[in-house]
Design a protein around this ligand. Sequence first.
Ligand code: GDG
Length: 493
Amino acid sequence: MSNNQADFIIAANRLPVDRIVHPDGTQEWRTSPGGLVTAMESVMQDRTGVWVGWAGEAGEAPEPFTTEGGLDVQPVSLSEREFRDYYEGFSNETLWPIYHDVIVEPTFHRRWWASYRTVNERFARAIADVAAQGATVWIHDYQLQLVPALVRELRPDVRIGFFNHIPFPPVELFAQLPWRRHLLRGLLGADFIGFQRSTDAGNFIRACRQLLGASNKGDVVTYQPGSEYAHNKTAINPSGTLAVADPRLVRCAAVPISVDFAGLEALAKTPAVKARAKEIRTSLGDPETVLLGVDRLDYTKGIRHRMRALTELFQDGEITTPSTTMVQIATPSRERVAAYRQLRTQVESLVGRINGDHSGLGSTAVHYLHQSYPREEMAALFLAADALLVTPLRDGMNLVAKEYVACRHDLGGALVLSEFTGAAQELTQAYTVNPHDIVGMKQNILRAINDDPQDRRARMRSLRRRVRNHDVQSWAHRYLAALAAAPDKPVRP
Ligand code: GDG
C-alpha cells in the first residue's frame, strides 16, 4: 500500500499474521484466524483497507505486504527494549491490572510510560501516512490509547474510532495512574469510543468529568481541550500555555464484541470435528461428565477460584472420578511477567493437589494442558464438554463463552459464567456465578451438570439465539455505523 491511499485503517498492537519459516528456508506470512479478522473481512469488502500493527518480532519492521488472504498490512517496528517497556511493562503491568480491578498490584515506571508514548506516536505516524483524505480509522485496545489524539493532530480530516476490548475501570481505580489525564485526552481524540459494557462507558465518562472537567449529555462527552488547566490550578499544562481549543463532542457507548457464529457452527458440524469430539471422550475413559475450562493463563480468568470449587466438590463427594473429569486448557501467556509466572506455579500446585487426592490409576481428576491448540481441536473440545466453566474475576467480554455456545449446534452442554464478564450481560440464560462465592459456584456447577436435560437444552437454545443474532459481523457493522454517525463537528459555544 503506497502512501495516503487507504480509506479504511485498522490499528491494533498486533497484526493478525505470523511468520512461517519452512524447512527449505522459504517463508510466508500466514493470517492467524480470529474473530477480529473475520469481522474486518466482512466490513472491508467495498473499501481499500490496511491493517497497521506490530508483526510480532522485535527489531526492524518488515516492509508493508499483502497476505495470501489479500489483507494489506503495514508493520510498525518495536525494539526489544520497547517490547519490554511499552508492551510487557506499561500495557501489561501498569494498565492491565488497573483496568481489571487491581487483582494484582500495578507497577508504575516513568521509563515504561515514556516508551508507551513513543510507540503510540509511531503508530499515529504510520496511520497518518497510509490514510486517504477523509479515511476511517479504527484503533483497538488499551495499548494504543494515545493514538486517537495523536492521529487527529496529524490528520484532522480523518474519522477516528476507538474500541476498548478490556473493561474501563471505576474512576477511583483509574485515578491511581500518574498519567491518567494524558490517557483520557488521548482517547478523546476519537469521534466515537466503543466499550464492551455500558458500565465501562459510564466509568469513562465519569473519569472525563472528574479529571478533565468535561461535561456530558447522555453518552456524548463535551470536552474543551485545555479547559482543565484553567479550572484546576494543580494540574500542570505541559505546553505552558492556557490556549483553549474548540470544544469536541465524543460519543461513548457500549458495542459488545462477539464471535463468528456461522463460521464456528459450520466448523463444529464438520465430520472431522464431530469424530474428534467422540475420540476425546473415549480417550478420557468415556466419563459421564466432562467439565472444561479454556483460558489464557491470566490471573483475571479466575482459574484458581475454579480449582478451589472443584477441590471442594471432590472432597464433598459431590463429584467423583472416573465418572467426572475436568479438562483445563491454560494457553501460555505473558510468561516473562512475574505475576504470570507466579500464577502458573499456583495453578499447577492446585491441580497437582487435586490429582494427588482424587485421581486413580487411569482416572484423572483434572487434565491440565499448558499448550495452545488449533481451532478445530478447540471446537472438538467444546463439543465434547458437558459444561464449560468460565469464572473470571473481571473480563471485558470473554469470547470463549460465546464460542462454546456457537459450537453447540446439538443443544448439548451447559455454560457456567461469571457475572464479572462482559458476556454475562448478554448470556443471561447461563448458570451465572460469583467466583468469589465458592459455595454458590459449587451449587451452580452441580446444577449445570444435573439439571433436567430439557431445561439445559432450552437454556442453550436461548444462548445460541442471542449469539447468532449478535455475531461479530453485526458487531463490526454496528460499530462503524455508530462511528459514521458520531457527532464529531466542533461546536462553537
Ligand atoms: C481480550 C479481553 C475480550 C485461547 N486459547 C486458544 C485459543 N484461544 C482463543 C479463544 C478466544 C481467544 O483466544 C481468547 O479470547 P477471550 O475473550 O476469552 O480473552 P482475552 O484473550 O483476554 O481477550 C476479553 C477479548 O479481548 C475480545 O474483545 O473478550 O475480555 O480480555 O477466541 O478461543 N485459540 C486457539 N487455540 C488455543 O489454544 N486456536
